[in-house]
Design a protein around this ligand. Structure first.
Ligand SMILES: *Cc1c(COP(=O)(O)O)cnc(C)c1O
Length: 481
């Protein structure tokens, strides 16, 4: 498999070459040169596979320059009940059975990994892939990242104790939830450095950009990142769409028309990484009918799918909501989707992103490209704080299932797109324990704390505090790399 840039300025590369990188050298995002196709016979033959075996089938088509035995071992070490809590890895939980009016509703649980959010699904594999590749190439990687919560902890739990890797994670001092802070700061591994910056998340991100923008420093200290545009993260996420499909259609592989049964997915979305993986699964041949993009009050993506207009927001116009992991002003993975909408026309993508840089928006209304989004089954909706609370309450009372605020956004939006005969799978993106305050607001009681995490907030914590000063940050990193 060869990889290209969405802006056309990168010679073809192999998976191992793009694994550790961020943006392509021309500022674009890497995409596979072609999408591997899975026919129905192959899909049906995957029904009996374990999660790890299924992951190998999907991933080996994208990572074909890693020897199969090595890839298999890394995958087998990742998707285990010890790490993901259950034999199923991503269990399907029925919320409502089928009726004449609509197909059954499920939650696909993706949040039973170490940091209680779906980012573990990809990040746990990424940690092992990084270590494997770095050892093989005899290189070190020093990850400098910024987090407001979920990404940073998922990265630290994936990279902790790994050889040839260090993580320097910046977070805004005093602005994470007590649970999130305890999760990160209680790690005592030698290769994990937590840095609480005196500022807000944007200050942290600016510092990371300043460090990465100093090319000499970056080179000298082998600085890298693990942000949501990493292609390996996207492709690891493709697997659970196959898994959810196979579980939901186990009793009924074919519809009344004799065609493979279709299902729809609803995905709480921020940077468009999760739902992009669903799109890739569909492009591989998985019978997905609808991909429902659910946003919160930060509705950049909902606006696009309703109108064709993509209008990024300023930091000032980005609301702080009770589903904070979806508080984005622009969707970093969206460029990959727009590339695909234009049939891989890098020239066009480059022009659109130039326009975006100049005016903060572009408009695809009325174009063939925008018509394709609908033809591919994309629809969208938005959810508000009141919707989240009401949805959490509703499913808690009705089905005895407690969901977090992000998953609630998905469930709220999903209702409008359920159809007779089509199962609807809502992806769960975090556990309620991470967002206790909103859960108490919704149902008047604390969410359960998963086994092993009782007393997390009382554990010893280790971090350093630093002003938002790039020279101090560089000196800190330089002294440890
Ligand atoms: C990251 C995250 C999202 C958004 O996922 P994207 O891939 O950025 O669209 C939604 N919910 C939770 C809990 C997250 O951590």
């Amino acid at each position: 498999m060869e990889y290209l840039s969405t802006r056309g300025g990168m010679p073809p590369q192999r998976f191992s070459d793009i694994l550790l990188g961020g943006l392509a050298p021309d500022g674009g995002l890497v995409m596979p040169a072609s999408i591997p196709q899975i026919d129905d016979a192959t899909l049906q033959s995957w029904r009996g596979l374990s999660y790890a075996d299924l992951a190998f089938q999907v991933l080996s088509r994208y990572c074909d320059d890693i020897p199969a035995d090595d890839l298999k071992r890394l995958i087998d070490e990742t998707y285990t009940p010890a790490i993901f809590g259950t034999e199923d890895i991503t269990p399907l939980v029925p919320l409502e059975p089928a009726s004449d009016a609509q197909g059954p509703l499920y939650i696909e649980q993706l949040s039973n990994g170490p940091t209680l959010a779906f980012k573990d699904m990809a990040m746990q594999l990424l940690g092992r892939l990084f270590e494997y590749t770095l050892l093989k190439q005899d290189r070190w990687l020093n990850i400098v990242g910024a987090t407001s919560g979920d990404t940073g902890s998922a990265a630290e739990y994936a990279m902790r104790g790994r050889q040839h890797l260090r993580v320097f994670m910046l977070s805004p001092a005093g602005r994470m939830s007590a649970f999130q802070r305890a999760q990160m700061f209680s790690l005592m591994d030698d290769n994990i450095y937590n840095i609480a910056i005196e500022g807000v998340f944007d200050d942290c991100q600016d510092l990371v950009k300043a460090v990465a923008g100093d090319l000499a420093f970056k080179e000298r200290h082998s600085i890298g990142s693990v942000n949501s545009i990493n292609w390996a993260r996207v492709v690891a996420q493709v697997v659970y769409y196959f898994r959810g499909y196979l579980l939901a259609t186990a009793g009924q592989p074919y519809g009344a028309d004799g065609q493979p049964q279709q299902v729809s997915f609803t995905v709480p979305s921020g940077n468009f990484g999760n739902v992009l993986a669903g799109h890739i699964a569909k492009r591989m041949g998985l019978p997905i009918r609808r991909l429902v993009v659910a946003t919160n009050e930060n509705d950049v993506l909902d606006e696009f799918f309703r109108t064709g207009r993509y209008r990024v927001r300023s930091a000032r116009d980005t609301h702080a909501t009770s589903s904070p992991s979806m508080d984005i002003s622009k969707a970093s993975n969206f460029e990959r989707f727009v590339f695909d909408l234009h049939g891989g026309d890098a020239e066009r993508v480059r022009a659109l992103w130039q326009q975006l840089g100049e005016t903060g928006e572009f408009d695809l209304a009325g174009t063939d490209a925008f018509a394709k989004a609908a033809a591919w089954g994309f629809v969208s909706g938005r959810s508000t704080h009141a919707d989240r609370l009401q949805t959490i309450r509703h499913w808690h009372q009705k089905a005895g299932v407690l969901v977090d605020t992000h998953t609630a956004d998905g469930l709220k939006v999903a209702q409008a797109y359920r159809e007779p005969g089509i199962p609807m799978l809502c992806l769960e993106t975090a556990l309620p324990a991470k967002f206790a305050e909103s859960i108490v607001e919704a149902i008047g009681q604390q969410p359960p704390v998963p086994a092993g995490l009782e007393g997390l907030e009382a554990r010893a914590q280790r971090w350093v505090r630093m002003p938002a000063d790039v020279r101090q940050l560089k000196a800190y990193v330089a002294a440890r790399t």
